[in-house]
Design a protein around this ligand. Structure first.
Ligand code: FMN
Ligand code: ATP
Length: 294
């Protein structure tokens, strides 16, 4: 897979690198079961038509630039993690559009002309609620109009679980409120982060990139994978202002770890920082009840 950074106006070199493709559109934070449906659909079309499979995403999240509603600057899948997932899903080109104020103002028709036709999109695939262009005025119906018969459009219908749309928003809410055990039914697997393991003689801790979304402060049942070793452990999350700390207990090995790459999977919330177990239960049940989709 090739990851290609795209700025606006699109660089000539990027256009020259492009190949006729089926393009899947969206931000794709988490690459959850709804997103996977988009990629699967796009891949099937790419195979049927003998085209490359491309994904077009943005960085940072448009909410950071548009400043309307909640700004999303921590991710379930920071860009390096997204790249790995798309690689596994056999994506050929990952276009990462540098989303800035100028891009936010691009009218929907221009976005289609420059970013889709300009990168040889022959078939676009996105979900029922995908929007694009200035003020999000481009909808999936508008995309068919803006395509002007230059490419085909497939709209993927809403994928639901427990009567609600599977969404990055719901997953973020589950993770940040500590209900990590609910994640697999929307993500298809437990929430997993990658970091580096350190031991300072007393404590074992994991350092992660700053833009990873972490569960709320508390103690969690986790599993840690280091190379061929896969162990159950306990992780205590503490957050002091901007400073976040992930301390890990119960790893079998006595070795001193200095920067070894580890993968940590979040299985269950055990207790909050005051050692009250399951304090978040009611909050998230309320959230899930409130967010039942219409
Ligand atoms: C070229 C482009 C310009 C956009 N401009 C706006 C905008 O001016 N206002 C807006 O609310 N959303 C705008 N959007 C954002 C999308 O409509 C959408 O909200 C965004 O991709 C985030 O999706 P999500 O909230 O579903 O993750 C733009 C998207 C694209 C691709
Ligand atoms: N549950 C779903 N069913 C079908 N399509 C989906 C679903 N969730 C997202 N999509 C589609 O996947 C692509 C990426 O969407 P996006 O990144 O906005 O995900 P999201 O989960 O809706 O995020 P958010 O909750 O932040 O709005 C878009 O084409 C979107 O329409």
């Amino acid at each position: 897979m090739q990851t290609i950074r795209v700025s606006y106006p699109i660089q000539k070199s990027v256009q020259l690198q492009s190949e006729p493709c089926v393009m899947a559109l969206g931000f794709f934070d988490g690459v959850h079961l709804g997103h996977q449906e988009i990629i699967k659909t796009a891949r099937a079309e790419a195979e049927r038509k003998g085209l490359k499979l491309a994904v077009m995403t943005f960085s940072p999240h448009p909410s950071v630039v548009i400043k309307k509603g909640k700004q999303i600057n921590e991710y379930i899948t920071p860009i390096f993690e997204k790249e790995k997932i798309f690689e596994k899903l056999r994506v050929d080109f990952l276009y990462v559009v540098d989303f800035n104020e100028e891009v936010a103002r691009i009218p929907h028709q221009d976005f289609v002309d420059d970013f889709l036709c300009g990168l040889q999109c022959e078939h676009a695939v996105a979900g029922f609620d995908y929007t694009y262009g200035f003020k999000g005025q481009g909808t999936m119906d508008q995309l068919k109009v803006d395509a002007k018969a230059r490419f085909a459009v497939t709209v993927v219908s809403k994928k639901e679980k427990n009567q609600q749309k599977i969404s990055s928003t719901l997953l973020r809410e589950l993770i940040t409120s500590g209900r990590v055990e609910r994640v697999p039914s929307y993500l298809g697997k437990s929430y997993k982060i990658e970091g580096e393991l350190y031991n300072d003689g007393n404590k074992t801790f994991i350092e992660v990139v700053d833009d990873y979304l972490l569960p709320c402060s508390g103690t969690y049942e986790v599993s840690v994978r280091r190379g061929i070793f896969h162990e159950k452990a306990v992780c205590e999350v503490t957050k002091l202002g901007q400073k976040r700390c992930l301390e890990v207990y119960g790893l079998q090995s006595e070795a001193v770890f200095t920067g070894e790459t580890v993968h940590l999977q979040w299985h269950n919330f055990i207790a909050d920082p005051q050692n009250y177990p399951f304090h978040v239960q009611s909050t998230i049940d309320e959230f899930e009840a409130l967010s039942v989709s219409v």
